[in-house]
Design a protein around this ligand. Structure first.
Ligand SMILES: [Zn+2]
Ligand SMILES: [Zn+2]
Length: 322
């Protein structure tokens, strides 16, 4: 992906996981702004430096960094760039909290996996991977918070942040209304339906697993925007915005039906469901799979199509008889 849209240059950076690359965007207008940063690896830094040079810039020219959400492939390199350039970093408060409380998130992953029937060795493998992956990013101490309703001003244009929680809390899409361009991070991607990752609840209270529900709400939230070009956090740009939204809604409906038909085989855990949905998942993908299954199970629970009960600390789901 090497494209320029008006003053926005797409730069594709390598990441050491299955998605292979992350897109970051350089807004070539004062103050020179980088949207997302890629992971903190030497290769990623080198590719960014080379790409900026071809555009006539150096790392030190970056004045502002906007972060779409608190995942390593999007913020990992922010501290390093900011330390070299003095760039100010803008992020949603919830995304910042997610980054700064990694230990809490790790404990949460372990408890979600165990409560949903994942075997202990799989939980340990996932936690080991998460610990290892921390080398790809640094916490961000010095940030400005941004939220919906703010205006991100440039010399000649304005970006509007739109809060789209679901894939991750505090996810921000950036809308360049004047050009019909929407920069989506991982909220909307061309080839894959973004995963609604289960996150810790503020006090462990309230409804159980609401990420997918929030995600679908955030998809409906952007549906009325006038968008002729989506610039996503991974993969190719999207020209047909409405079709991309329809595809996600359709995928979601099909998944609900599939999860329901899986449960017709008998009572099972979210982990069991995830193994049937994603038999090849390994390591952290196991957690992503359980997240996805829980998202659908929660919606089916709320619709009273299924029930769950806990035995020995593990939740089992079954279909309600009509
Ligand atoms: Zn993400
Ligand atoms: Zn991503």
């Amino acid at each position: 992906m090497k494209h320029t849209y008006d003053k926005i240059h797409g730069i594709e950076l390598p990441v050491p996981f299955p998605l292979k690359t992350t897109n970051v965007y350089l807004v070539d207008e004062e103050p020179i702004t980088l949207i997302d940063t890629g992971v903190k690896t030497d290769t990623s830094f080198q590719v960014l430096t080379d790409s900026l040079r071809r555009l006539g810039y150096g790392i030190e020219d970056i004045k502002r960094i906007l972060i779409t959400h608190g995942h390593l492939d999007h913020y990992g390199q922010a501290k390093r760039i900011s330390a070299l350039s003095g760039a100010e970093v803008y992020i949603h408060a919830e995304a910042h909290q997610r980054i700064q409380s990694m230990a809490r998130f790790t404990r949460h992953v372990a408890s979600v996996l165990l409560q949903n029937g994942a075997p202990k060795d799989s939980v340990e493998e996932t936690l080991g991977y998460m610990e290892w992956a921390q080398q790809w990013g640094e916490p961000l101490d010095d940030v400005h918070f941004m939220n919906e309703g703010d205006e991100i001003r440039f010399h000649n244009m304005v970006l509007r942040p739109i809060h789209c929680p679901g894939h991750s809390p505090g996810l921000i899409c950036f809308y360049l209304e004047a050009r019909g361009i929407l920069i989506t991070g991982d909220h909307l991607l061309k080839e894959i339906s973004p995963n609604p990752i289960i996150n810790p609840l503020p006090n462990g209270a309230g409804p159980r697993y609401t990420s997918l529900k929030k995600y679908m709400d955030s998809i409906r939230k952007i549906a009325d925007l006038e968008v002729s070009l989506v610039l996503p956090g991974h993969g190719e740009p999207i020209r047909d915005f409405k079709a991309a939204l329809q595809k996600i809604l359709h995928h979601h409906d099909q998944r609900l039906a599939l999860v329901l038909s899986i449960l017709s085989r008998g009572e099972m855990t979210a982990y069991d469901v995830s193994r049937l949905l994603f038999p090849d998942a390994k390591s952290f993908q196991v957690f992503l799979g359980v997240s996805e299954a829980l998202g659908h199970l929660s919606i089916l629970l709320e619709a009273e199509k299924i029930s769950f009960r806990s035995r020995d600390g593990i939740d089992y789901y079954s279909i309600n008889s009509a």
